[in-house]
Design a protein. Sequence first.
Length: 116
Amino acid sequence: MMYRLVADTAMVVHFAFLVYLAVGGFLAWRWRRTLWAHLAVVAWGVISIVTGVECPLTLAEDWGRRQAGMEGLPASGFIDHYIEDVIYPQEHTNLVRLGVAVLVLFSYVGYVLRRQ
């Protein structure tokens, strides 16, 4: 039961992390200090895409699932399991990444313009 809670919590936090990655820059329009947290999240996202380093949340969920006697996440990871071919087709991954990058860039441009 406890391991399942670890796995489920890691999954929910991971989804929240991805949502914050996409739209967290807009929170900085209202709460300026959140920009630093968002920059860190964006940096981690870029590093994980460029280097392929596995996210600790993926590792935590996989560990919790296995300890609970469930099937672990596939080797391809969290996004491949929950998002690609579920929310959008895998062949559109780069387009989705570009869309998120544009959204983040737009939020940062808006942040700068609102501060003037």
